[in-house]
Design a protein around this ligand. Structure first.
Ligand SMILES: [Zn+2]
Length: 100
């Protein structure tokens, strides 16, 4: 069973994270995510693909929840990503998971 849902590739569609995972629907997470993105409005550009600042839409867990769920609500374990970087990261992680 996969603990996360692969991103939906669609035009201008918002990536739905962890569909079916009650964590992402919890008010604790939604509050934290909103708070985090207000304080970190720009994508951290972890792949260095942006020419200028890009608005972040995703609060991504640095240590995945499946690796350490104790960090799932720790703001220090979050990074701000735009949809494009998040899609790129998901593809990268999926590839790594397949190669394991
Ligand atoms: Zn980005």
């Amino acid at each position: 069973m996969m603990p996360w849902a692969p991103p939906v590739h669609g035009r201008g569609q918002r990536v739905k994270l962890g569909r079916g995972d009650p964590f992402y629907a919890s008010s604790a997470w939604r509050r934290l995510r909103k708070w985090f993105l207000q304080r970190n409005p720009k994508c951290v550009d972890m792949f260095r693909v942006h020419r200028g600042p890009e608005r972040a839409t995703v609060a991504d867990h640095v240590v995945p929840r499946r690796d350490d769920s104790a960090l799932e609500l720790d703001p220090n374990n979050l990074r701000a990503l735009c949809t494009r970087c998040h899609n790129r990261l998901s593809a990268y992680q999926r590839k790594r998971a397949e190669n394991d």
